[in-house]
Design a protein around this ligand. Structure first.
Ligand SMILES: Cc1ncc(COP(=O)(O)O)c(C=O)c1O
Length: 413
């Protein structure tokens, strides 16, 4: 008998899967395109994408082909050998972004860890070892490792895991980012921000503010890190969200959509910064493995094809229009519509889990976020008919919620 088990009546048995998630009672058995099917064959229109991951929908035939072909060749070698798929994907990311070099990881948090190590090492190698602190923003989310929860500083993530790693200074998500300068000291190594905050409630940083942050970094000799794990890989009608603005970062973290559902992350950097990461300074057993590289390269083939982002832009326009119409019809349910591209959010007046559960009943998958937001992160391959279907479902959901809202009866005389 295992230590943790006993046969007494009042035993509380922990489930075999560590219960760190408040899971919904639905198990997706398979998916095709923009639709998911549960174990009973019920169909769901997927406007959540496994939280911004399945950007090309379920089982995209090109991705299935890429991974199947690779599966019959080689799955894993090691980073002690050359990995041709890695060289190719890195070169293509370099060719299509600000970056000169890429480190591959298996997840978003690892990409952020790499970025933070890089920032410290850059200053260390440039004779400023006192520069180790990173400025982050209230409400941000960078992952669940000890360093990334310290970076986010949110009590709901850090509770019980203290003492927190030192080296992070939190500032409000300012409307005017010039105020970030107040937090910069001689110990500051970098500013890290999500160009569109995801978990924090779909909050885009304006082009002006991106420029201000870049100027502050240049003025003080510190690095600018963009966490594009959720908002990157086509979500905002560009490969990366920063490409809407005139500025570029020194380091960028990608994950989620970059692997189309296969675990993959990446930390992109300029040559100036990347040079600090010398042989032996960082590593990963699986990062950049041949399977992930096969899918990653095929994801890029699809996204970089002519017209892909134009189509995302068109769909974004239609979806936003539909959502604004709904907002007009149900002002007591939807407070506002916010976001960029196909990363849109509805700020609702009810508890978000109530909305998400109702959506599930109507066969629509959506995801909650902070600030009472419902995130709509549909696959980038959606068509107009899917948008119409989603709006139709949302209309029914809003109508039901509206009926259930407590009535504001006129005051009696
Ligand atoms: C902006 C951002 N950064 C980092 C992460 C962490 O990524 P992962 O869960 O793959 O470690 C997430 C995940 O939601 C994210 O949205």
């Amino acid at each position: 008998m295992k230590n943790s088990r006993n046969d007494s009546q009042e035993e509380s048995i922990i489930p075999p899967v560590l219960p760190t998630y408040a899971r919904m009672d639905i198990a997706i058995d398979h998916g095709k395109g923009v639709y998911a099917y549960d174990q009973d064959g019920r169909e769901y229109l997927d406007f959540g994408c496994g939280i911004g991951v399945n950007n090309l929908g379920f089982c995209h035939p090109e991705l299935v082909r890429a991974i199947t072909e690779q599966a019959t060749k080689v799955w894993h070698t090691s980073n002690i050998y050359r990995i041709p798929g890695q060289e190719r994907l890195a070169k293509r990311l370099v060719d299509n972004t600000f970056a000169d070099t890429v480190f591959f990881t298996n997840s978003g948090a690892e990409a952020v860890e790499c970025a933070m190590k890089m920032a410290r090492k850059y200053h260390y190698e440039n004779e400023s070892p006192e520069r180790y602190r990173i400025i982050t923003f209230e409400g941000c989310f960078h992952g669940r490792t000890l360093a990334t929860i310290a970076a986010s500083g949110q009590e709901k993530l850090t509770h019980g895991f203290g003492p927190m790693m030192d080296g992070f200074d939190q500032v409000p998500f300012h409307r005017d980012m010039t105020r970030v300068e107040e937090a910069i000291t001689h110990e500051t190594a970098a500013i890290m921000i999500e160009p569109v905050m995801g978990e924090g409630g779909i909050k885009p940083v304006s082009s002006d503010n991106m420029r201000i942050l870049r100027e502050l970094c240049d003025k003080h000799g510190i690095l600018l890190i963009f966490d594009e794990i959720q908002c990157g890989m086509g979500r905002t009608e560009r490969l990366f969200a920063y490409q809407h603005s005139p500025v570029s970062p020194d380091i960028l973290c990608a994950a989620k959509g970059i692997g189309g559902g296969f675990p993959l992350g990446a930390c992109l950097a300029t040559e100036r910064v990347g040079r600090a990461m010398t042989t032996g300074s960082h590593g990963s057993t699986y990062g950049g493995n041949p399977m992930a590289m096969a899918v990653g390269n095929r994801v890029l083939d699809i996204m970089l094809a002519d017209g892909f982002f134009d189509q995302v832009e068109k769909m974004s326009y239609d979806l936003r229009k539909g959502l604004l119409t709904l907002r007009g019809k149900f002002p007591d349910v939807i407070e506002l519509v916010r976001g960029v591209g196909l990363m849109l959010g509805l700020k609702v007046t009810v508890d978000p889990p109530v909305f998400v559960a109702k959506a599930l009943q109507h066969g629509l998958l959506v995801v909650r976020a902070a600030d009472n937001m419902i995130r709509l992160l549909p696959p980038l391959i959606i068509e107009k008919k899917h948008i119409d279907e989603a709006i139709g479902k949302l209309e029914k959901i809003c109508a039901e919620i509206e009926k259930e809202l407590p009535k504001n009866l006129p005051d009696s005389e």
